[in-house]
Write a protein that binds this ligand. Structure first.
Ligand code: ADP
Ligand code: MG
Length: 619
């Protein structure tokens, strides 16, 4: 066992460049390697992916990963591949031949991580059975999606227990950032963790994020909300997220903020895909300072330098509040989380309960056709349909208990957020208490006294981060930031490595990534070009131009102007694409001479570097 764990540490170093597992990760990995069922509850940013990615490599065969979002899967697959871990995702629209090809690769032993959604697995499982492709491990990421309450609930998750059985009953590792005892129990039952055949190990991390400051601002009107928000933004926070309850609200608030001079953008699920990814990219590249978003802006979005998260109004559950607020300060530096609270904020959520769980009399009236559905709100009719499928009124006496339980639980969550907003005690203690944890001490909230939160003001590092993100986005598109996680990017920006070797040693990078993308990353970290003598390149280009023009029988200037030569020398492009971007060459000449020119420039630059006067200076 000891050896297997050591081997896993080795793999962690090799594929991720991390010198060691975080303590909770190590515990989870030990359990998984020992073949036990494992439930790991780690806060957002705790490093859950490694908990199944490394065992997947260590165990061999393939690990089936259940993930709720296509974008999340694609992101993880892209980064696993870049790190030298063969991974594939079966999700979204795919032709059957592509699926078959992917499964062939699995069968040939060429895949360690096979990502899919629970919905897709329902269809996929027969094929896996037929081919006898049984996974070595079943990993369920974001496992709280199993729980029956809240927006995240997905009915197909309930089928996972049967899927597990049909896949030969592999050990399961379930991971979530949601910590309440109720959710925990539901995950355990639904997945049959620690059933007759296996032991269950539960690993519960602390949810206390020491670098976050928590506060609530009471307001009496919508105008006061905006004023409070503007005040918060006027403080020295740089990157902020504002969570608003509706799509329309995000647009309105973003426009008001732009009016006040902020670089703000709205983000919600109703936007066109390209607009959405455009805005996300702008935010990741520090071109937007305030993202005003619905809860659609969430899972998988890893921007480590967010310094302020404001909730425009009270969210419906402590889980969603803590998860959204927790997107602040992922880099570990101080950040603030502020809730704007207007008495009565809870009303809209309580009303929503009547839509999600209509009264028995309404339900029975709809089911028995005693009321015209057209006269009811569509959402209520939808709920009636959903509950009809669940409760089967056509079979006779309905057992209302599960629905009553769910409604009561949802009600209790609304009450809990309201208590948080109104408490006279410590905010941190209030949140942690909800998650069943006693706060050791408060590291900052509006009740325990103001603590001045220092602000990061390293402009050079911020610039480097932006340029690094651009470089990363150019390869990992369309998932900016997918290649490297935010924390690692921030680390690189703070202490930029100068060589590919140094880069490989940076925690979070590792050798495979450095080998493939090293130059790009090292160059991306150079926000200012190092002082460089352009004369040798200019000289070489002039010579080439005159000779070539002579051979072609045209005037030198027709081939290339001197201005173009200076621009090319300044950019010193390393490939034809970059050269094309510099301009100054016509398309025909480009097609004909690009390769030759790139080589010529490369030689001239190398020559220039060998001269000590122009040694490369770090940024
Ligand atoms: P979660 O899914 O729990 O939110 P992730 O798996 O996305 O977390 O990881 C969060 C961050 O922690 C990432 O930046 C990741 O690279 C980093 N990380 C994970 N494991 C380690 C480790 N052993 N040492 C240092 N950083 C780590
Ligand atoms: Mg995760």
């Amino acid at each position: 066992m000891r050896e297997r764990y050591d081997a896993a540490c080795h793999l962690l170093q090799r594929h991720f460049g991390f010198p060691r597992f975080r303590s909770l990760q190590g515990a989870v990995v030990r359990s998984v390697l020992a073949g036990r069922d494992t439930l790991g509850i780690l806060p957002t940013g705790g490093g859950k992916s490694v908990c199944f990615q490394i065992p997947a490599v260590a165990l061999g065969g393939y690990t089936l990963v259940i993930s709720p979002l296509i974008s999340l899967m694609q992101d993880q697959v892209a980064s696993a591949l870049a790190r030298g871990i063969p991974a594939v995702s079966l999700a979204g629209p795919m032709t059957s031949s592509r699926i078959a090809a992917a499964l062939d690769t699995v069968a040939a032993g060429g895949v360690r991580l096979l990502y899919t959604s629970p919905e897709r697995l329902l269809r996929l499982v027969a094929e896996l059975e037929r081919r006898r492709l049984l996974p070595a491990l079943l990993a369920v990421d974001e496992a709280h999606c199993i729980a029956e309450w809240g927006h995240d609930f997905r009915p197909s998750y309930r089928g996972l227990r049967r899927m597990r059985y049909r896949l030969g009953g592999p050990p399961v590792v379930a991971l979530t950032g949601s910590a309440t005892a109720g959710v925990r129990d539901e995950i355990i039952t639904t997945l049959a963790l620690g059933g007759r055949r296996r032991e269950l190990d539960l690993h519960l991390g602390s949810f206390d994020r020491r670098n976050l400051w928590f506060g609530v601002r009471g307001v009496r009107s919508e105008r006061e909300r905006l004023e409070a928000l503007l005040q918060l933004l006027a403080a020295d926070d740089t990157m902020s997220i504002v969570y608003a309850p509706t799509r329309k609200a995000t647009e309105g608030i973003a426009s008001a903020l732009r009016h006040a001079g902020h670089r703000a953008a709205a983000y919600h699920a109703g936007l066109d895909r390209t607009i959405r990814s455009h805005r996300l990219e702008a935010f990741l590249a520090d071109e937007v300072d305030v993202m005003v978003a619905t809860s659609a802006f969430g899972m998988g979005i890893d921007k480590p330098t967010v310094r302020l998260v404001v909730h425009w109004s009270m969210p419906p559950t402590p889980e969603s509040y803590y998860q959204e607020a927790g997107r602040a300060g992922r880099d570990g530096a101080p950040a603030r989380c502020v809730l704007l609270y207007r008495p009565g904020d809870a009303t809209v959520h309580r009303r929503q309960l009547d839509v999600t769980f209509p009264s028995r009399s309404t339900l029975e009236a709809v089911w028995r056709g005693r009321v015209d559905p057209a006269r009811l709100p569509k959402a209520v009719v939808d709920s009636a349909d959903r509950l009809r499928r669940e409760l089967h009124p056509e079979r006779g006496e309905v057992d209302w208990r599960p629905v009553d339980r769910r409604r009561a639980a949802a009600q209790a969550r609304i009450d809990a957020v309201e208590r948080y907003a109104r408490t006279r005690g410590c905010r941190r203690a209030a949140v942690l208490d909800y998650f069943g944890e006693r706060a050791a001490s408060c590291s900052g909230c509006d009740r325990c006294g103001r603590r001045d939160v220092p602000v990061l003001r390293d402009r050079a590092a911020t610039r480097r981060l932006a340029s690094l993100r651009r470089a990363v986005a150019s390869v990992a598109a369309p998932w900016p930031g997918g290649l490297l996680d935010g924390e690692t990017l921030a680390r690189l920006a703070a202490h930029p490595p100068r060589t590919v070797e140094e880069l490989a040693a940076v925690p979070g990078v590792g050798a495979p990534l450095a080998a493939r993308f090293g130059r790009l990353l090292v160059d991306g970290l150079r926000d200012e070009p190092p002082p460089r003598d352009e004369a040798p390149v200019i000289h070489a280009l002039l010579q080439w131009r005159d000779a070539t023009a002579g051979a072609l029988g045209i005037a030198s200037i027709e081939l290339m102007t001197e201005r173009a030569i200076r621009a090319i020398a300044a950019a010193a492009p390393r490939d034809a694409t970059t050269l094309a971007r510099v301009g100054g060459l016509g398309p025909r000449a480009k097609a004909k001479f690009a390769a030759e020119l790139v080589e010529l420039i490369g030689r001239a630059v190398a020559q220039e570097k060998s001269e000590p006067a122009s040694a490369v200076a770090g940024p």
